[in-house]
Unconditional design. Structure first.
Length: 564
């Protein structure tokens, strides 16, 4: 049944209020930045106000059970309680408006459409305008009157037509954005899951390689082959970590945790991570400025990652036998900012240098040097982008300078992290690391290959090790073995690692046991969940023996731990 479009045109139209219309459109433009439901509701509210209607709303097309329906996704005014209602295509004024392709006036629509008969609500008339984008019908925007003296005219049709055009274009933008965000969320979830799934097989392989190297220490050919496997495993682990950091960087989730530490130790850890690369290329590495302790307040792990990345790049892009210089200066560092608590770190190499085009975007995500030799070295182009963000979070700045191809590169970090003179004596009092090999360990993992390989590696390293492949047995062994440290996989079936940690923390006999969550996930939310369950540390697979040593040393320095 057609609407009374001719009647709408014959009625005297009121004078347009362009100021109110423009004000409403400005507000709607801001609403585009919000969610889809909020945007639709803002348009419905604008229609109600501009047309002085009793109710207004937006009904979009959905596919029902074998036929099209209209769902009232946004409703404003007296009918607001009907939001979410659906009406069949052939039982709704919206269907007629869409078939006509223009604004339609419906007089006494409740007599024509029983679906509009609502208890206690009369609808003398209503105007419906189709929402169409590029020839595709999306739905309709409408207004209703609930008093006999409330009548619509051509100005109402014009306003609704403009709002329909705005709704169509805005829905296209918002839907595309939300689709992109959903796609990006799925991509990040996939990256996190991929990293987890890769770490599961990487963990036993890494442990098996480490154990085999120690068991074959007197066989040069065997250790040589295992050295290759170890280097490639280290490279694979770096790639997995880089992928996760890239996802965090894009979503602003990279974070730092400051603590009182030593730049000497930070540098030592960074060098430990890349020493094999430097030695393999027979580089001459010169370090100056660390003759004395340099106490700093920084994120030890992340700053070590930054230095490791810069040193790795220097080694990667410097020819065999080349020079790499690491210099550290403290104080004002020659800057004009007056920061007496600054540290200047300079890493200079005589490698291939940077082309001018590469210097402009070298810190962008997924960017590598433009030269063929740089690309041949591999990598994902993530490290420098992450390094810059880590430096910024420390309140510092990082720059790269090169006079051009073949002229080497200078990386310069300026960080306001130097501890005050009054606090430096604390760093000098740090105890040397003591032996930790007699510590008792409990390893819990439902992956039997990972469990066996890690057990052998730790025993070869000199630890006393007990193992369990399930949570219930782990709690029993806790009483029998009373470990110094329990390394617990959190992703076990039946009784997961979080449940094990909570059970252990409820028993005061185990207050001195250090609980370490061992997992393939590395998100901040995973770390927070582990700490909330009672874990002291959260380590990602494969287990780093260096990190385990640092954890044990920290416990022993504090006078804790169960030692024989």
């Amino acid at each position: 049944m057609p609407g009374h479009t001719g009647e709408l045109a014959r009625r005297p139209a009121r004078t347009p209020d362009y100021a109110a219309e423009n004000h409403a459109l400005v507000g709607l433009a801001r609403a585009q930045a919000g969610s889809r439901p909020d945007l639709l509701q803002a348009i419905a509210d604008a229609a109600l106000s501009l047309c002085s209607a009793g109710s207004a709303g937006i009904s979009l097309i959905e596919q029902g059970e074998g036929k099209k329906v209209f769902r009232w996704l946004a409703v404003s005014g007296l009918c607001v309680g009907l939001q979410g209602k659906t009406t069949a295509w052939d039982e709704c004024p919206c269907g007629i408006a869409l078939e006509a392709g223009t604004a339609q006036l419906f007089v006494e629509p409740q007599a024509q459409f029983p679906s509009l008969s609502f208890p206690g609500i009369c609808v003398p008339e209503g105007v419906v305008v189709p929402i169409n984008v590029a020839g595709r019908d999306l739905g309709a925007i409408w207004v209703m009157s609930h008093r006999d003296d409330c009548r619509f005219d051509f100005e109402d049709a014009r306003l609704l037509s403009n709002l329909a055009v705005f709704a169509g274009s805005s829905l296209t933008i918002v839907d595309a954005r939300e689709l992109s965000e959903e796609s990006e969320r799925r991509q990040n979830d996939f990256i996190a899951m991929l990293a987890h799934e890769l770490r599961n097989p990487m963990a036993p392989i890494d442990s098996a390689i480490g154990a085999a190297k120690r068991l074959c220490a007197d066989n040069q050919r065997a250790t040589g082959v295992l050295d290759i496997a170890e280097r490639q495993m280290r490279h694979l682990r770096t790639l997995v970590d880089d992928l996760l950091d890239a996802a965090r960087l894009q979503h602003g989730k990279l974070a730092i945790k400051l603590s009182d530490t030593s730049l000497n130790d930070i540098t030592f850890d960074a060098l430990s991570a890349v020493r094999h690369h430097i030695e393999a290329r027979k580089h001459k590495l010169t370090i100056t400025g660390l003759e004395d302790q340099v106490p700093v307040r920084a994120d030890h792990v992340r700053l070590s990652q930054v230095l490791g990345n810069l040193l790795s790049n220097a080694a990667k892009y410097t020819a065999v036998g080349g020079d790499i210089r690491l210099n550290i200066s403290v104080g004002a560092c020659g800057s004009d900012d007056g920061l007496s608590g600054s540290v200047l770190i300079e890493i200079q190499d005589n490698g291939i240098g940077l082309e001018s085009t590469a210097r402009e975007r070298i810190f962008d995500l997924f960017t590598q040097g433009a030269s063929e030799s740089a690309r041949a070295e591999g990598g994902l182009g993530i490290g420098l982008a992450v390094a810059r963000r880590m430096v910024e979070l420390h309140g510092g700045e990082i720059t790269l300078h090169s006079d051009g191809p073949g002229c080497g590169t200078m990386a310069r970090l300026r960080l306001p992290i130097l501890m005050s003179t009054a606090d430096r004596h604390i760093a000098r009092q740090v105890k040397p690391r003591v032996g930790t090999k007699r510590a008792r360990l409990l390893v819990v993992d439902d992956n039997r290959d990972a469990l066996e390989a890690l057990e052998i590696l730790l025993e070869v390293e000199g630890y006393e090790v007990a193992t369990s492949d399930n949570g219930a047995d782990a709690i029993r062994l806790m009483s029998e073995h009373h470990p110094t440290v329990a390394l617990i996989d959190v992703g076990m079936p039946v009784m997961d690692g979080f449940e094990v940690a909570r059970a252990v923390r409820l028993d005061p006999r185990f207050n001195d046991v250090l609980l370490v969550a061992l997992t393939g996930y590395a998100a901040e939310s995973d770390k927070s969940r582990a700490l909330a369950a009672g874990f002291d540390f959260h380590l990602t697979k494969p287990l780093s023996l260096d990190k385990l040593e640092r954890i044990l040393s920290r416990q022993l320095d504090a006078g804790l731990g169960h030692m024989e």
